[in-house]
Design a protein around this ligand. Structure first.
Ligand code: IPE
Ligand code: IPE
Ligand code: MG
Length: 247
């Protein structure tokens, strides 16, 4: 599938974040168990990762499991964790081949031991890849991340490693899980839901939002490119007037 000509290669967002939603409904539509939806969701992860790398995206963050998702039925949580282990195991080679570095954000210590160790192994193996960075948000929620940042920050102030007068946006950024990663310019959510669901609240402050009714297992690389084309048609004003931007 070639990249469409209407996609401007000089205006590719550096960082795209995606809330991959709709696996359960996709399975239901196909008269299958929810896990079947998650398994097919992995195919879309592969598609979109390749599609992003092909057009020059530098960072792709995928919301794979939220803090709130721990409240799902135990059998579904277990199946998702198992799927994560097998997928990471299977995909590391492809990541290497495509020069993609894997990172993870979230409360990783809360993941089952084999999950975390598989993740750490894959991150270590791909650490020197300098093509695209793929960031998985796992056991992640933005409120957890921000509270965690504030706790560490307060500790550093107490230990006098940081003065409260030094605190600014840049310093605060360095306490988040996304330290060193630019904020996403584009957020995509599939499945027709119009909410953020506790994802990157701080980092998305000025992101362009793109919603599609497609369910995640139906979302393919051409859908990603379509979202990028839509993004490229937006005027990002950052509080200024349109006239200021064009003059
Ligand atoms: C997204 O699909 C995957 C995860 C949240 C892990 P869902 O499982 O939320 O699918 P729906 O929203 O029930 O259709
Ligand atoms: C958001 O999807 C979390 C992930 C995609 C991992 P959910 O399906 O959990 O979100 P809500 O509960 O519908 O907001
Ligand atoms: Mg959902």
């Amino acid at each position: 599938m070639p990249i469409p000509e209407s996609l401007d290669r000089n205006k590719i967002p550096e960082h795209i974040a995606i809330i991959m939603d709709g696996n359960g409904r996709w399975a239901k539509k196909n008269n299958k168990a929810r896990v079947f939806g998650h398994k097919n969701g992995v195919k879309s992860v592969r598609e979109v990762t390749e599609g992003a790398a092909e057009c020059g995206v530098k960072y792709l963050t995928l919301y794979a499991f939220s803090t709130e998702n721990w409240n799902r039925p135990k059998s579904e949580v277990n199946a998702l964790m198992q799927l994560l282990v097998t997928t990471i195991g299977k995909e590391t080679k492809t990541l290497q081949k495509n020069n993609i570095r894997l990172l993870a954000i979230g409360d990783l210590e809360n993941l089952p031991g084999n999950c975390n160790s598989e993740l750490q192994r894959a991150m270590k193996e791909t650490a020197n890849n300098d093509g695209m960075t793929l960031i998985l948000a796992l056991s992640y929620s933005s409120k957890w991340e921000i509270l965690n940042a504030v706790r560490r920050l307060l500790n550093d102030v107490k230990d006098q490693d940081l003065s409260e007068f030094e605190l600014n946006e840049q310093v605060f950024n360095s306490y988040l899980c996304t330290a060193g990663i630019p904020d996403p310019e584009l957020l995509i959510r599939t499945s027709g839901e119009y909410r953020i669901s506790n994802f990157l609240l701080w980092q998305l402050a000025y992101a362009e939002l793109y919603f599609t009714s497609k369910l995640w297992p139906d979302f393919k690389r051409e859908d990603l490119w379509e979202a990028i084309i839509d993004y490229q048609g937006r005027e990002r004003r950052f509080g200024k007037t349109s006239e200021q931007l064009t003059s």
